[in-house]
Design a protein around this ligand. Structure first.
Ligand SMILES: [Zn+2]
Length: 303
């Protein structure tokens, strides 16, 4: 019988390998969905149509073995491919660690509040007896988090390269994340977390929809749909994560826009992709929202 600590390390390593495989799939999604190509077709080289053989489909290793070129025509395979695979693997390991260790000890308290610091979370992985078995709903909640992470990564890549946020990807994530969070509640997580998630989804969606109607062209319809997905996840974590995460997107995007103007790379009229900032803001809100909110309240002696 493995100790809880070993089990946790094995689980995080497994999540990393799982992430490499999902990252390989995200490469296919990022290339095909904006181009309107079916995900069901076999993989082939975009230059010479040579089919991708199974041994050429191993994440990262195949790219290294092929030295970044198609085996048949020698067309370069962009370094973006292994990077997205590595990035997904690292993110999956990180999300799994955070969800099960950093957020877990507080699971008995208000749903998934963050402990005093992330370092505490790391300590609890290195000392076996401080880590107890997770509640039953944790696994399915974690899967929802991983689905959101994968969606966030692929939407960032697509928005940066095509200035679009394909609605099929956002809708699929909305359905999958809602179903996995509901399953987590069936397995024992407080149903209030799901109610808050659905309210968060409606609130952030409405907020973005009002902005979109008030200033057409400032924001894309894709941003409004993405706001629903982000509100769903942040609401699951709590009201502070929702507020901080929703607000952070505008701070991050605004600072980035001002930098672009200062360095002469853009004017006030240049359209800047906003999706990546919404996703980065959501990550900030999920991890630090509660701590930031409580810190803000304590400034006024209210917490
Ligand atoms: Zn080729």
């Amino acid at each position: 019988m493995m100790s809880a600590q070993t089990l946790l390390v094995v689980g995080i390593a497994f999540a990393g390998v799982f992430g490499l495989i999902i990252g390989s799939f995200l490469n296919v999604v990022a290339y095909r969905v904006p181009a309107g190509i079916s995900l069901m077709r076999r993989s082939q080289c975009p230059a010479c149509d040579a089919p991708v053989r199974p041994w050429q489909n191993v994440p990262v290793l195949s790219w290294l073995a092929l030295r970044g070129r198609c085996a048949r025509c020698g067309e370069p395979i962009p370094v973006r491919y292994p990077l997205l695979e590595l990035g997904t693997g690292a993110l999956f390991a990180l999300v799994t660690w955070w969800w099960t260790v950093a957020a877990h000890p507080a699971a008995a308290a208000p749903a998934f509040a963050l402990p005093a610091s992330l370092a505490d979370g790391w300590l609890s992985i290195t000392t076996a007896d401080s880590w107890t078995a997770p509640p039953a709903g944790l696994g399915s909640g974690l899967l929802a988090g991983l689905w959101f992470a994968a969606t966030g990564l692929v939407l960032t890549v697509i928005d940066l390269s095509t200035r679009r946020l394909p609605r099929s990807i956002v809708r699929t994530a909305l359905v999958a994340v809602t179903a996995l969070l509901a399953l987590s509640c069936l397995l024992g997580t407080d149903w209030w977390a799901l109610v808050r998630a659905v309210l968060g989804m409606l609130l952030l969606y409405l907020f973005y929809a009002v902005l979109w109607l008030a200033k057409p062209g400032g924001m894309g319809g894709g941003d409004v749909r993405l706001a629903a997905l982000i509100g769903l996840l942040l609401g699951w974590f709590g009201w502070w994560p929702l507020l901080v995460g929703g607000f952070a997107a505008f701070v991050l995007g605004g600072v980035y826009g001002i930098c672009l103007i200062l360095f002469g790379r853009a004017t006030r009229r240049t359209a800047v992709p906003f999706g990546p900032w919404m996703i980065a803001g959501a990550a900030l809100g999920a991890v630090f929202g509660t701590a930031i909110g409580n810190g803000y309240l304590s400034l006024f002696g209210m917490a």
